[in-house]
Design a protein around this ligand. Structure first.
Ligand code: AMP
Ligand code: MG
Length: 318
């Protein structure tokens, strides 16, 4: 393997970084044009996102208190949306992913996420923002970084909105018909995620996950108990999950009940539950991984080629 400082000098890597620079501008420009306000995210705090699917959080000693490094700033963006209504933040997340995720080519132990939250919006509003954000970003890359895409031999098209929506149940049935063994109620396994994504040529949504598959903050549909008002966006061509999002469970009572189901200890969530007790508005939003977005736009084999200083699960590196 080349030393990292040498990899950074390779023409292909320079093309990726120039495209990534344009992606970052496009994401911000689009959200600002939609009235979203950029806020600074916390990097450490007493609690972080517990819904991280088998990955471990990192705990540090903060003046004698146990603090976490953010696995995502989801709980904090709800606090900010209660004030500014439409907010976003681009921040690093740390997740000690299981070693076997190295085989997916789409997991890093340190990645950046663009987190978006919109007070009083529903999950269809959030999907509309997400799909237009993606289409706009592709348009900008095709306009301003065409030479770099050509150098990478990537044929990118602007995806057509609205994107197709499959329910979780439909996705599971499609996968079962292809021989995958998935039980209704589980998360879609990594290999099935790649396969499902490879069945499509345009990005698409999977909506309405079952309660048992997600964290306590995805809102249960009051009219369809057991079903969440949430979604993932998938890239096509085998690239897999791009985004997770949904409406938030935001009342104290509902969140404590959901924490019991997911095995979280409400006592660990001091400030968050106090905030809910005082009352925050309903909201919906999503998070999109920047390296995965770069990977798909550039057509790269591995997500660790889409970041200047990658932290690959299990590998000690600069
Ligand atoms: P999640 O909260 O796990 O759904 O993560 C939100 C988004 O962040 C995902 O849809 C991905 O785009 C991205 N993401 C999550 N985990 C990772 C990871 N280990 N490496 C790179 N990107 C990730
Ligand atoms: Mg997800």
């Amino acid at each position: 393997m080349l030393k990292r400082y040498k990899t950074l000098q390779q023409p292909w890597m320079k093309s990726v970084l120039l495209i990534q620079d344009e992606i970052l501008s496009a994401l911000r420009d689009f959200l600002r044009s939609e009235g979203f306000i950029e806020i600074l995210a916390p990097i450490i705090g007493p609690v972080t996102d517990p819904g991280i699917r088998g990955a471990q959080q990192v705990t540090i000693n903060y003046y004698g208190a146990r603090f976490k490094i953010m696995s995502s700033m989801i709980l904090y963006k709800q606090m900010a949306a209660a004030s500014l209504k439409k907010v976003f933040a681009l921040s690093p997340n740390i997740r000690i992913e299981p070693l076997e995720t190295i085989a997916t080519g789409r997991h890093l132990a340190e990645f950046r996420q663009l987190d978006v939250e919109n007070a009083h919006a529903n999950y269809y509003d959030a999907m509309s923002i997400a799909e237009r954000l993606l289409a706009y970003t592709c348009k900008r890359i095709l306009k301003n970084r065409r030479n770099e895409l050509q150098f990478l031999e990537r044929k990118l098209e602007i995806p057509k909105v609205p994107f197709k929506k499959l329910t979780y149940q439909e996705a599971v049935e499609m996968l079962k018909a292809e021989g995958f063994k998935i039980k209704y109620g589980e998360e879609i396994p990594w290999d099935a995620e790649r396969f499902l994504s490879s069945m499509f040529e345009q990005p698409f949504f999977i909506i309405d996950y079952p309660l048992s598959a997600r964290g306590f903050y995805d809102r249960e549909d009051p009219e369809r108990p057991g079903i969440l008002r949430d979604f993932d966006m998938y890239y096509p061509e085998g690239y897999g999950e791009a985004i997770s999002g949904g409406e938030r469970e935001h009342t104290f009572k509902a969140v404590v009940e959901r924490m019991r189901l997911t095995g979280e200890n409400p006592a660990d969530y001091g400030w968050y539950l106090e905030m809910l007790k005082d009352g925050i508005p309903p909201s919906a939003g999503f998070g999109i991984g920047v390296e995965r977005l770069t990977r798909w736009i550039c057509g790269l084999k591995h997500v660790w080629d889409a970041v200047p200083f990658p932290k690959v699960p299990g590998i000690v590196s600069p």
